[in-house]
Design a protein around this ligand. Structure first.
Ligand SMILES: [Zn+2]
Length: 54
Protein backbone atom coordinates (compact mmCIF):
# COMPACT_ATOMS: atom_id res chain seq x y z
CA UNK A 1 0.00 0.00 0.00
CA UNK A 2 1.41 3.38 -0.97
CA UNK A 3 1.72 5.91 1.81
CA UNK A 4 2.29 9.61 1.59
CA UNK A 5 3.77 12.09 4.04
CA UNK A 6 3.57 15.88 3.88
CA UNK A 7 6.27 17.55 5.91
CA UNK A 8 3.84 20.42 6.45
CA UNK A 9 1.69 18.08 8.57
CA UNK A 10 4.57 17.86 11.03
CA UNK A 11 4.21 21.58 11.65
CA UNK A 12 6.98 22.81 9.38
CA UNK A 13 6.53 25.48 6.73
CA UNK A 14 7.89 23.13 4.12
CA UNK A 15 6.75 21.67 0.82
CA UNK A 16 8.62 18.36 1.11
CA UNK A 17 6.54 15.30 0.38
CA UNK A 18 7.52 11.66 0.44
CA UNK A 19 5.73 8.69 -1.00
CA UNK A 20 6.63 5.02 -0.89
CA UNK A 21 5.11 1.56 -1.09
CA UNK A 22 7.39 0.37 1.65
CA UNK A 23 7.10 1.67 5.23
CA UNK A 24 10.83 1.34 5.87
CA UNK A 25 11.65 3.38 2.80
CA UNK A 26 9.11 6.05 3.70
CA UNK A 27 10.42 6.31 7.25
CA UNK A 28 13.99 6.54 6.00
CA UNK A 29 13.17 9.26 3.45
CA UNK A 30 11.27 11.39 5.93
CA UNK A 31 13.84 10.95 8.72
CA UNK A 32 16.64 11.95 6.39
CA UNK A 33 14.76 15.02 5.19
CA UNK A 34 13.76 16.08 8.70
CA UNK A 35 17.33 15.82 9.91
CA UNK A 36 18.86 17.68 6.96
CA UNK A 37 16.22 20.34 6.50
CA UNK A 38 14.98 20.89 10.05
CA UNK A 39 17.59 19.27 12.31
CA UNK A 40 14.69 17.27 13.72
CA UNK A 41 14.73 13.64 14.78
CA UNK A 42 11.58 11.79 13.77
CA UNK A 43 10.93 8.38 15.22
CA UNK A 44 9.34 5.66 13.13
CA UNK A 45 6.14 6.31 15.10
CA UNK A 46 6.29 10.02 14.23
CA UNK A 47 6.57 9.24 10.54
CA UNK A 48 3.85 6.60 10.55
CA UNK A 49 1.63 9.01 12.44
CA UNK A 50 1.98 11.48 9.57
CA UNK A 51 1.53 8.92 6.83
CA UNK A 52 -1.70 8.70 4.89
CA UNK A 53 -2.61 5.94 2.51
CA UNK A 54 -3.05 7.03 -1.08
ZN1 LIG B 1 10.46 19.60 5.65
Amino acid sequence: MTKHVNCRDAGFDCSFEAEADDDDELVHEVQEHAKKAHDADFTREDVMGLAVSV
